[in-house]
Design a binder for this molecule. Structure first.
Ligand SMILES: [Zn+2]
Length: 316
């Protein structure tokens, strides 16, 4: 049987009911309205109805969002990230293949807050009618002020992302809403456990040494959650490093006796390492986004744990 034909036969069986009663034109009109509403719902549902046999495909802007989404969507759902693991979101260039992937997606998940908004015109052009696009940070304090869009560096914000993703999956594929809720519930519990674990790990660093110095400004939400000060060389990408910024940072490192600064693997610039070498401090690694490819920062949970351990190793 051709998928969809069976479904389409159901409303016509219903049409027969008022014809049998034949007693009231009002009842007939109500039936017509009801059937009309049902057909409209079928049309709006897109992938969930006429294309029921087609599995839901999800496209996310970043690999971190792909990881969070996969945990809620389940292993059988195809989740693809536009920006591959390890690439820098701030300097990313799209290709026509990204538009094709988006046009096949029933759900698109983006971060918002200024991080990936440059992709929105492409998403709006490419997405199919009826596809759902959710912005994971929407509703978080600061999401509209464009200060630091790396909200996930606080696991409480990752909980918010997961609930938004759950809503998006349920809107795109209502038939599986219960499974999405169950998976989101258990993943949220893992995020809450992670938050406790990070607090525990970081407690090894004396309060006076809780100052995270990184290459780019991605850890304000981490700092706010765990009571750390944060400083960075540049606001967002490698293009913005000025000699002035380096001198300023070196002065702070000397004045405050900071023991280590941290580089981020997606920025291949050696600037922070050279600046650190001049001041005689150690250089550690911190991840602002997941890397994938079987790395130690392959998933959000692993990345956050690894970051906390790396901080403790050089700053305790
Ligand atoms: Zn960033």
């Amino acid at each position: 049987m051709i998928p969809g034909i069976d479904k389409l036969s159901e409303p016509s069986e219903n049409v027969a009911v008022p014809q049998h009663s034949n007693s009231s034109s009002i009842i007939s009109a109500l039936w017509a309205l009801l059937i009309g509403a049902t057909m409209a719902a079928v049309a709006c549902g897109g992938i969930t109805t006429a294309d029921t046999q087609k599995p839901l495909q999800v496209v996310t802007t970043t690999s971190l969002l792909a990881d969070l989404t996969q945990n809620v969507a389940g292993a059988s759902t195809v989740v693809t990230a536009v920006i591959p693991p390890g690439a820098d979101v701030h300097s990313f260039q799209t290709t026509p293949n990204h538009s094709i992937a988006i046009s096949n997606a029933g759900l698109i998940v983006s971060n918002g807050g200024g991080l990936d908004d440059f992709l929105y015109p492409m998403i709006e052009n490419a997405q199919e009618d009826g596809a759902v696009h959710i912005v994971a940070s929407q509703g978080l304090a600061g999401a509209s002020t464009r200060q630091d869009p790396h909200f996930w560096q606080n696991p409480a914000n990752a909980v918010h992302y997961v609930r938004r993703i759950q809503e998006g999956l349920s809107a795109a594929d209502p038939a599986n809403a219960e499974s999405y809720r169950d998976r989101a519930d258990s993943y949220v519990q893992r995020l809450l456990d992670l938050d406790q674990e990070i607090s525990q790990i970081l407690s090894e660093v004396p309060p006076s040494r809780r100052h995270l110095v990184t290459y780019h400004d991605a850890f304000a939400h981490f700092g706010a959650r765990y009571g750390w000060r944060t400083s960075s060389l540049v606001a967002n990408d490698a293009g913005g490093v000025t000699p002035n910024a380096i001198t300023h940072l070196q002065e702070r490192v000397r004045q405050e006796g900071i023991a280590a600064v941290f580089t981020e693997p997606q920025f291949r610039s050696k600037v922070i390492e050279l600046a650190a070498r001049d001041t005689g401090v150690e250089v550690g690694t911190i991840y602002s986004d997941v890397l994938g490819g079987g790395s130690a920062a392959d998933t959000y949970l692993d990345m956050m744990r690894l970051n906390a351990r790396n901080l403790v190793e050089l700053l305790r």
